[in-house]
Design a binder for this molecule. Structure first.
Ligand SMILES: *Cc1c(COP(=O)(O)O)cnc(C)c1O
Length: 223
């Protein structure tokens, strides 16, 4: 895709997010757009940066480390979200590189993150991933275990959990999953809800998303 095409698609997505905010009577700008740039290089990301956008999502620590330091030299106010699974042995790099980690989903990782946050004096915002569809191949805490997990993050590891993230099963209508995530957030006093991707972000905004993660609608099909 050409740089012009990517810029146009980005503006269209931005306008649709704003429209969904208006439709729901939500405040303008209350839904943050995370542009998911995984598997795309700097030439695809630049048109979006040049359009003034600063919030991006990446799935892999390694890939983000290869791509973003150079881009950040030119755009130093970029906010990077980690939206892919995080191995505990990459916690150090993740804390150094990311502003938001959306995939906190087990105590061994909570412990490593707490250690690195204390060591590095850098505090990425943390979201707990919930496996709302209870899919064995997917990361995330099950809905039955999530309240206890959030409590353990707070009390045992001293972490400030800010919200929740989910990836609904591909073959199911997503709305029930979005509603479940919103319900879990409410009962745990959490304000941030990362839900909704290219195919379903309008429904997610309807059900209270504060962050939508949009890749292919901006950058096109991956690989
Ligand atoms: C790839 C990915 C996205 C973006 O998906 P699109 O359908 O391309 O918008 C969002 N969230 C997560 C966790 C992803 O892995």
């Amino acid at each position: 895709m050409s740089e012009d095409q990517i810029a146009r698609r980005f503006e269209a997505v931005k306008a649709q997010v704003a429209q969904a905010e208006r439709d729901m009577g939500r405040a303008p700008g209350s839904v943050a757009l995370v542009a998911v740039s995984k598997l795309f290089g700097a030439e695809a990301i630049l048109p979006v940066l040049e359009a003034g956008h600063r919030r991006f999502g990446e799935n892999y620590v390694q890939e983000a480390r290869a791509k973003w330091p150079a881009l950040r030299e030119r755009f130093d106010d970029v906010a990077l979200h980690l939206i892919g699974p995080l191995q505990s042995n990459k916690a150090k790099e993740a804390v150094a590189l990311f502003d938001v980690i959306e995939t906190l989903d087990r105590e061994s990782l909570a412990k490593e993150l707490a250690r690195e946050i204390a060591k590095q004096g850098r505090t990425p915002r943390l979201l707990v991933q919930v496996n709302t569809g209870e899919e064995p191949q997917k990361g995330g805490v099950t809905p039955a275990e999530v309240d206890a997990f959030i409590a353990a993050c707070r009390e045992r590891h001293g972490l400030r959990v800010e919200g929740l993230m989910c990836i609904p099963p591909a073959e199911q209508p997503p709305s029930a999953h979005f509603a479940l995530l919103a319900q879990i957030a409410r009962r745990n006093g959490l304000a941030t809800l990362s839900m909704g991707m290219s195919g379903d972000y309008a429904a997610a905004i309807q059900l209270g998303a504060t962050h939508v993660r949009i890749g292919s609608a901006i950058f096109g099909q991956r690989g």
